[in-house]
Design a protein around this ligand. Structure first.
Ligand code: ADP
Ligand code: MG
Length: 285
């Protein structure tokens, strides 16, 4: 088994995604634990992605990308621990930190099902963490490209949110054509990307703005019954205002992150530099 050869043993499957399978694993090889590779203790998540669809050349590229992403370590990014390409079977295995708190999409659904809303302080605590993680990626000239609530994970106490899954999604996005990777509905796609402009740093800010809106409304910022309807709303529609018990500062921040014209939209550094966000940064520190 691939996982075993990497020095881990399977505990149980935790889910099936768009591109592969995830397993909960434990470190198998004691010697490896002392080699100082990575700073995380078990259990971990091993994600197996079938690269069979990729053209020959892109497989190597995919692995090189994952190596680059392994170097990007941040408190609010799901920690990458190990990855290996099995060239015989065309399977890429990525071992990462296990986030026991589940993903933000599940959490939002749970809160909505109870007819509750999240407190502004809670929303902002997660938001400043995610904004710092995104600023870190951008300062390393890395685009996430697939920020969404199902790619944001939480620690067991649900006090810390971490951006996950960017490695693999970024690799696949670059290597496969658009139609093949866009299996889900592109709720978080920016207006400029809808209009065929290249994906940019501001497109990530848009997506994070959609996440922030969703934390407040417990609904997608842009939603429709068809892809065409969704694109129309993203490009020229406005979202219903967030509930009145949230502050004016918060709704203004969302508006500035969801500016249709990327030139009017805040950069992630501008987001972190705004007085409202800075206050929460200070509390977090
Ligand atoms: P998707 O294509 O939907 O992103 P993934 O393969 O990334 O699917 O993940 C499959 C399942 O495993 C999802 O339910 C996801 O929430 C969970 N998962 C993935 N990575 C982690 C992690 N690091 N910690 C906890 N759960 C994870
Ligand atoms: Mg995922």
């Amino acid at each position: 088994k691939l996982i075993r050869r990497l020095g881990y043993e399977r505990v149980r499957p935790i889910g099936r995604g768009q591109h592969g399978l995830c397993y909960l694993v434990n470190e198998h090889n004691e010697g490896k634990a002392q080699s100082g590779k990575g700073k995380f203790r078990g259990p971990f998540v091993a994600k197996l992605v079938d690269l069979g669809l990729l053209p020959e050349n892109d497989r190597k590229m995919a692995y090189q990308e994952v190596e680059l992403l392994e170097r990007l370590q941040h408190d609010y990014i799901v920690g990458y621990r190990d990855s290996r390409l099995d060239s015989e079977r065309d399977v890429l295995v990525t071992v990462m930190e296990f986030c026991e708190g589940g993903d933000l999409k599940e959490l939002i659904n749970q809160v909505a099902a109870q007819d509750l809303y999240l407190a502004e302080e809670q929303i902002m605590r997660w938001f400043v963490q995610l904004a710092q993680a995104l600023a870190y990626l951008h300062s390393n000239r890395v685009l996430h490209r697939d920020l969404k609530t199902s790619n944001i994970f939480m620690t067991s106490d649900r006090q810390t949110a971490k951006i996950g899954d960017f490695g693999i999604s970024r690799v696949l996005e670059g290597a496969l054509d658009f139609a093949a990777t866009t299996v889900g509905t592109p709720y978080y796609m920016s207006p400029e990307v809808c209009q065929n402009s290249p994906y940019s740093f501001k497109s990530d800010v848009w997506s994070l703005g959609c996440v922030l809106y969703e934390l407040c409304m417990l609904k997608h910022a842009f939603d429709a019954n068809s892809l065409l309807g969704l694109v129309y709303k993203i490009v020229s529609g406005s979202s219903p205002p967030i509930p009145p018990f949230y502050s004016k500062d918060l709704s203004t921040l969302i508006d500035k992150m969801l500016a249709k014209d990327a030139a009017d939209r805040l950069t992630i550094d501008e987001v972190l530099g705004s007085p409202f966000v800075k206050d929460y940064l200070r509390v977090a520190a």
